[in-house]
Design a binder for this molecule. Structure first.
Ligand SMILES: [Cu+2]
Length: 116
């Protein structure tokens, strides 16, 4: 005799905060778990300059140009990085080109390369 119980799968509310970046200047806490670098769309690269590399927190401070996909004007700010190993090859003063996207509510570098 077997009893089968129907399993109800209750889908939690999937609050997809797509368009709303919850960034507060100065609130640079809680490094997010690095997500495996998801393939990004073909975004144009944005120019920037490294101001500070924080390997401990997996963050990088960039002075960046307009980030069209994030609707962000040029400024200096901190980003998470999708692949922490990326920080190994970067240092303050480096000129870079990069892509950033909102990952888990935070502006995150998904691609970055040093301009020689
Ligand atoms: Cu910015």
């Amino acid at each position: 005799m077997k009893k089968f119980r129907s399993i109800l799968i209750a889908l939690p509310f999937l609050a997809l905060t797509v368009a709303h970046a919850q960034t507060r200047p100065g609130a640079m806490t809680a490094p997010t778990v690095a997500s495996k670098g998801e393939p990004t769309s073909t975004l144009p690269l944005t120019e920037g300059e490294v101001r500070r590399v924080d390997k401990e927190h997996g963050e990088i401070v960039l002075k960046h140009g307009d980030l069209l996909n994030l609707g962000m004007p040029a400024m200096t700010m901190a980003f998470n990085v999708s692949a922490p190993s990326t920080l190994e090859k970067l240092k303050a003063g480096d000129k870079v080109r990069f892509n950033a996207e909102i990952v888990k509510g935070k502006p995150t570098i998904t691609h970055i390369e040093v301009v020689q």
